[in-house]
Design a protein around this ligand. Structure first.
Ligand code: NAP
Length: 252
């Protein structure tokens, strides 16, 4: 019997769950009774998180390894039933400046952030399409709305994820699969702990996880927070480039 705090998903698969946003949303969903399967590379971290719950299970893998993810999905569905919801959060940021390009960092960032999501999608989507049911989500970022001077590879990878979600939403919906796009602003996690630039409206990961779950329950297409930063960036991105570029250069 479900009540208002019981989520509509029995089995959730989360990538990037060994720390940060993925870990916090995994914990929040497990506390609500979902079976949660978690993936990332660091097996020890995954095991330590799963040890707090009797219905959280670890499937260590690198999201750049497409074949490994197919195996992971086959195993988790055999062991715990169909995956109802995915949250693809595995991500990384390797920097490069515009004047001293670090090509290897572009390749690594795009491989993990864009191909990592695509590989995970490829592993789970055929199962959902066969059932004509399921809810896919992935984490992009407000940094993908428009170019920001802070990290070209990261911004480009997140813009690609936003564009991919916009492209795929309609066809997936017709096929019975819901797609949600999660665009956080700044959230306190190991990824942002190393940032040296100002992070306006920084959120705590527990609050971010609650926003994600609330938006997923409502099957929203875009789930984004905190609203203050989101709206500033959305409005700036409506401006013509002759206004947008000098403003963004000055404020970030
Ligand atoms: N924090 C923010 O302000 C913010 C804002 C917007 C978007 N995001 C996005 O939110 C997601 C989570 O980031 P976070 O802030 O929570 O950072 P985080 O704590 O560094 O988490 C990143 C997660 O991705 C996993 N990961 C990285 N490379 C991987 C790979 N090749 N294969 C499998 N897993 C991999 C990491 O685990 P392993 O190292 O164990 O593999 C870790 O679990 C990322 O996509 C990030 O871009 C974060």
């Amino acid at each position: 019997m479900s009540n208002s705090s019981t989520p509509p998903w029995k089995h959730v698969w989360i990538t990037g769950a060994s720390s940060g946003l993925g870990e916090h949303v995994a914990r929040a969903l497990a506390k609500r009774g979902c079976i949660v399967s978690i993936t990332a590379r660091r097996e020890e971290q995954l095991a330590a998180i799963a040890a707090d719950f009797d219905h959280m299970f670890i499937y260590p893998a690198d999201v750049t390894d497409a074949e490994a993810l197919k195996l992971v999905v086959a195993q988790m569905e055999e062991q715990h039933g169909p995956v109802d919801l995915t949250i693809f959060g595995a991500g990384a940021s390797f920097s490069s400046s515009a004047t001293e390009l670090e090509i290897g960092n572009f390749a690594k960032t795009l491989d993990i952030n864009v191909m990592g999501v695509t590989n995970a999608l490829d592993a789970v989507l055929p199962h959902m399409l066969a059932r004509r049911a399921g809810h896919i989500s992935w984490i992009a970022s407000v940094a993908g709305y428009g170019g920001l001077p802070i990290s070209p590879p990261y911004g480009a990878s997140k813009a690609a994820l936003i564009n991919m979600a916009e492209s795929m939403h309609g066809k997936l919906k017709q096929s019975g699969v819901t797609l949600s796009l999660i665009n956080p602003g700044f959230v306190r996690t190991p990824m942002t702990d190393v940032n040296t630039f100002p992070m306006p409206f920084l959120m705590e990961p527990e609050a971010a996880a609650e926003k994600m779950i609330a938006g997923l329950r409502r099957k929203k297409f875009e789930i984004t927070f905190p609203w203050q930063l989101v709206w500033i960036l959305k409005v700036l991105n409506l401006l013509p480039y002759w206004l947008y570029l000098p403003i963004i250069r000055r404020v970030i």
